[in-house]
Design a binder for this molecule. Sequence first.
Ligand code: ADE
Ligand code: ZN
Length: 335
Amino acid sequence: MTDLDSFITGLPKAELHLHIEGSLEPELMFALAERNGVAIPFASVEDVRAAYAFSNLQDFLDIYYAGASVLQTEADFHDLALAYFDRAAADGVLHAEIMFDPQTHTDRGIAFDTVMRGLLSGMAAAQTKHGMTSALIMSFLRHLTEDAAFETLAVAEPWLDRIAAVGLDSSEVGHPPAKFARVFAAAREKGLKLVAHAGEEGPPEYVYEALDLLQVDRIDHGNRAMEDRALVERLAGTGMTLTVCPLSNLKLCVVSDLVDHPLDRMLAQGLKATINSDDPAYFGGYVADNYRAVAQARGLSRKDLATLARNSFSGSFLPPSAVAAHLAAIDAYMA
Ligand code: ADE
Ligand code: ZN
């Protein structure tokens, strides 16, 4: 391990943008396909990895939804979640707010309760095994209708005390935040926090809509906000957290090279950016890989990396006392 590697791994950090279905490694995909007798369109693990060459978000989503078909039982969701938490713990993640896409499962006949029980038992195991805290973000698929999102919110009703927030993901362009204004208002009424993917491929207008129409607590990605100076000033002025995902941006061609990644410009313009892995099994790296890749490509200092880690806790949905304890741990680490 280089000095930079061990500095990054040791730095206390939270992960705020992680799709648990996107942490399904090819090895586990094959194991679950076999365990459940599900056919997958790949001959080998190498074959799966070779298919992970994407030219845009939709290319990736097609493979990601196909891969999720191996997830059938409560044990599958437990194993998926714990495999992620093991990797995250090894990267120095102390708290993770993980998204899941219930409609990806309920639409193929898997019960919402099966998904919840498996994920919650994986989260409990992470607490016991690693002392890691975690929270769930239930994401609506934006290529489906708002009525379908309302149905999902209704099915989730008995579980709402175990769900921290709702989110909005899947195919962005053509499915603006405005489409989900009513269901986000209903989720807010129920006391849930709100996040939405905006400005990954979609224009700055989608970021405005996420702020004004959805009233989100965080923006997932937000890269294209950089095209609009007034929007950047507003996001900076309100301390809005952006959950940025550098290796995802590279793999989905949001940036053509990491040397062009806007992360340090975001920090320089006062944006509260964080570093996250998005779908680590598909994009070639977990959270520490993302810190390392962008640090090397953009020449980030240790002070910048500590700022990003601080932002990950202050932008989390942890209670203020827990945030303060994690920030103190970063101060101690830096001293
Ligand atoms: N679902 C999983 N990963 C996603 C991403 N990066 N953007 C939109 N939807 C997603
Ligand atoms: Zn995402």
